[in-house]
Design a protein around this ligand. Structure first.
Ligand code: AMP
Length: 287
């Protein structure tokens, strides 16, 4: 396992990829869990060369305190990546990625970028789009892996890949959950025991929505209210949004049909959790 910190070493290495075969890339903010590892596993299976990045991206955080307390354990992450036999780990330094004179941001626009996460964070879309563009330039992957849990991140990456003609294939993998349904997240480790117990309410609210659909309910406002009520019934949770919208554009809908995403964000104390499920075009559910 090769560890690369320097940007010019990453660029040099990427220049040599062509001779080695296809490159599968997993961008992460570290503090790895089984959700991240499912992406790494897929990259290893699909591609000759597997590379993960660990970088806590400062420009996608609204509050400095959230950036500071983001969980980190590089030693443990490197052990996990070593154990799975990844080829390269890229760990750039924030001051190299964003030097003092940095001023070129990638800002996807359009209604899709104004929904879900953007409702609570003015910097999220710009932060994600900018770092992913930079990482794609540095790593030059053939395939990049993302988890379904972060639905808007996927939308942002799809958009920038299309608009900026970036030659990369995106592969999206299902959300990996704990046995009680809570979507794995590095932030879960910051929850107190009682908060951790309350956190699966997000998934329960999504399952309540699914159950309503299965009973024939098709009105988005009714399902959204059921999700809201379900979250509000847990005193430790504060709802940020309960969206029922088109899965490809996040546009509002009049009637729920296949191709609908049910997305939730809620805060527990100062931790923000997101989750979603999708009623796919083929009638199956992505849970
Ligand atoms: P993060 O470290 O939170 O930036 O996440 C890095 C990548 O892992 C993103 O593509 C996430 O969508 C993905 N990811 C995070 N949590 C999960 C999960 N529970 N299941 C699947 N993928 C995940």
């Amino acid at each position: 396992m090769r560890i690369i910190h320097k940007l010019n070493e990453m660029t040099e290495t990427a220049r040599g990829w062509l001779t080695g075969g296809s490159v599968g890339f997993v961008p992460t903010m570290g503090f790895l869990h089984a959700g991240h590892m499912s992406l790494v596993q897929a990259a290893k299976q699909d591609c000759e060369i597997s590379i993960a990045c660990i970088f806590v991206n400062p420009i996608q955080f609204d509050a400095q305190e959230d950036l500071v307390r983001y969980p980190r354990d590089l030693e443990r992450d490197l052990q996990l990546l070593h154990d799975i036999n990844i080829d390269v780990v890229f760990i750039p330094r924030a001051e190299d990625i964003y030097p003092a004179n940095f001023s070129t941001y990638v800002i996807p626009s359009g209604s899709m970028m104004e929904r879900l996460e953007s409702l609570s964070s003015p910097v999220y879309v710009r932060g994600v789009a900018t770092i992913i563009t930079k990482l794609f330039q540095l790593v030059r992957p053939d395939v990049a892996y993302f988890g379904q849990k972060d639905a808007q991140k996927i939308a942002i990456v799809r958009k920038l890949v299309q608009d900026l003609n970036i030659d990369v294939t995106l592969r999206i993998l299902p959300t990996v959950r704990d046995s009680d349904g809570l979507a794995l997240s590095s932030q879960n480790y910051l929850l107190s025991p009682s908060e951790r117990q309350a956190a699966p309410s997000l998934y329960r609210a999504l399952l309540a929505a699914k159950s309503l659909i299965e009973q024939g309910e098709r009105r988005p406002d009714v399902v959204s209210k059921a999700m809201t009520d379900s979250i509000n019934s847990e005193p430790l949770l504060t709802l940020n949004y309960a969206a029922v919208c088109r899965s490809d554009t996040f546009d509002p809908i009049n009637v729920i049909q296949p191709g609908t995403i049910f997305a939730l964000a809620a805060s527990i104390g100062s931790i923000r959790l997101v989750d979603n499920i999708t009623w796919l075009e083929n009638g199956q559910w992505l849970l």
